[in-house]
Write a protein that binds this ligand. Structure first.
Ligand code: ATP
Length: 509
């Protein structure tokens, strides 16, 4: 249904247009009145503020303001609304070629921005989206003031009632508290979020938290790994297609945008998107409508974009591999997830939470524990693969452990890959441990065969090979194969499940 048709069936919304150019004001008013909205207008910050005060909260559902006004700018109006605790949404119209202003507007709590000269189709779509005239979650609240990386100092401690999605981001390092604080603050706005950080640091966990904490939480969260889709399929996957659009298109299919309708689209590894697709994505995001391959009409969507990358996108822009305008669109609010080696103080809590999850998934009880010397050992490791590597390591250690206590030897971390320890720093040293001498460092280059770049994956592949050979030798009898390796059936089952090793179910369990 077009926003116009929807507007006709929904109660009329009241809008305030703020612009000092009479011609533009008339153009906006006419466009909006034709869509079925009640429109009032003002020519300055003071005049607009006067009207907003006179009419009181709730009278206008949306304020559309030009950035540059004779007595101030659109952001002044946004700040006044915010300071007064008013819930009107705002759309800011900025001059062409001033992405910084647009970013500022979104950080100040604007629902969205439009660039001059305003494309009226886009104008109508953004207004409809702000007013919930397309499938939308329960009315998103206004973002609090000063949302944004620049002002993101994070709360001093965890709020008393922490959302479950935030509780899943384990850790008390100041940098992690800051991440949680930022997630909580940006969740309420529509502004795009870019999550940056090394591989395995928890970027997707953070993206999911942004979604779950937001008013869209009950609607779809669609995660897309941009680097994993073949280039020739990107358009069909993102925008969908109609039956007959190309050979093999036997039925209509929705793309990611349609699938995420009303919710959040998580674009993981956005830096891997080829340039031609970047242009198409930018256009679709700006117009808030997609045209599936083979379709004649565009479908409006209401989707929040959260993207993630392990790359330095600004450097990618400099190198000409990433479009600057798309970068500005996506990088409105940046959340940086620190590498694990910079928050080793969180290791005990992370290990505890990971072990609990592993035990729950595998139906193991009681929850395995980590011996203090094993923890001390972990502190000396650099974790190039971050929290994901820690998970893999604990998975394997549990499989190797005799019983549910994980000792140092079960970790399978040879001295060669360990540093001497960590610097005595309260952020990096786990509380129960004594600081060790010297900084964490990469292993010294040694002679002999090349060291694996991902130790956990390397050891997993060795273990998988051993299990498969033992199973083959014992005609896929898990009890016998396990016994030949000194493992109980339970341990054998656990390892096979973890490594995805299959076996015919022919042994007497
Ligand atoms: N702070 C944390 N608390 C608990 N679990 C975490 C934390 N950070 C990461 N994890 C876990 O580590 C694993 C990797 O996290 P995630 O997939 O979010 O990382 P990523 O940065 O998106 O990785 P990649 O860059 O490879 O896509 C997940 O299982 C996640 O639940």
């Amino acid at each position: 249904m077009s926003p116009q048709a929807q507007a006709a069936s929904a109660p009329s919304a009241r809008l305030l247009v703020v612009d000092d150019e009479p011609d533009l004001r008339t153009l906006y008013e006419l466009t909006l009145v034709r869509e079925g909205y009640d429109v009032e207008s003002a020519g300055s910050v003071e005049e607009a503020w006067l009207r907003l005060q006179e009419q009181g909260p709730g009278h206008y559902q949306l304020v559309i303001t030009d950035m540059r006004l004779p007595d101030g700018n659109g952001l002044d109006l946004l700040r006044r609304l915010d300071n007064a605790g008013r819930s009107e949404k705002a759309i800011v119209i900025t001059a062409y070629g001033s992405p910084e202003n647009a970013v500022e507007a979104l950080k100040a709590g604007a629902y969205d921005y439009l660039t001059k000269p305003v494309d009226l189709r886009q104008f109508r779509a953004v207004v409809a989206s702000a007013l919930g005239r397309m499938p939308v979650p329960a009315s998103p609240a206004r973002a609090p003031a000063a949302v944004g990386a620049a002002s993101a100092t994070g709360p001093a401690g965890m709020p008393a009632a922490l959302h479950p999605a935030l509780r899943r981001i384990v850790g008390e390092a100041p940098s992690i508290q800051q991440v949680r604080g930022l997630v909580e603050r940006v969740a309420q706005s529509m502004a795009p979020v870019l999550v940056c950080g090394e591989s395995g640091t928890g970027k997707e966990l953070v993206a999911r938290a942004v979604h779950e904490v937001s008013p869209r939480g009950a609607l779809p969260f669609v995660a897309v790994n941009c680097g994993a889709i073949p280039e020739n399929l990107l358009e069909a996957e993102f925008f969908g297609y109609r039956k007959g659009a190309f050979t093999g298109a036997n039925e209509d299919r929705d793309g990611f945008f349609q699938a995420a309708q009303g919710g959040t689209l998580f674009l993981d590894e956005i830096g891997d998107l080829p340039l031609p697709m970047q242009s198409k994505l930018l256009r679709v995001i700006q117009e808030r409508a997609v045209r599936p391959l083979g379709a004649t009409a565009e479908t409006p969507f209401n989707v929040r974009i959260v993207s993630a990358t392990h790359k330095d996108l600004a450097a990618e822009v400099q190198a000409g591999r990433f479009r600057q305008d798309l970068f500005y669109r996506l990088n409105v609010i940046r959340i940086t997830v620190p590498p694990l080696r910079e928050r080793l103080g969180d290791l005990p809590a992370l290990c505890g939470s990971v072990l609990q999850r592993i035990a729950r998934d595998a139906g193991v009880s009681p929850v395995p524990t980590l011996a203090p010397e094993a923890l001390q050992h972990l502190v000396r490791y650099g974790f190039p693969g971050n929290v994901r590597e820690l998970e893999n390591l604990l998975h394997r250690a549990l499989a190797l452990a005799d019983g549910t206590r994980i000792g140092q030897a079960d970790l399978g971390l040879p001295e060669a890959v360990l540093g001497d320890g960590v610097e005595p720093d309260s952020n990096t040293v786990p509380a129960p441990l004594q600081p060790l001498a010297g900084p964490v460092r990469a292993p010294a280059p040694a002679g002999g065969p090349a060291l694996p770049t991902d130790l956990a994956a390397h050891l997993d592949s060795i273990e998988r090979d051993i299990l498969e050979r033992a199973l083959e030798r014992h005609r896929y009898n898990r009890t016998a194969a396990g016994a030949s390796l000194g493992l109980s059936l339970r341990q054998m089952r656990y390892r096979m499940a973890r490594l995805g090793v299959g076996a015919a179910d022919n042994d007497a369990d």
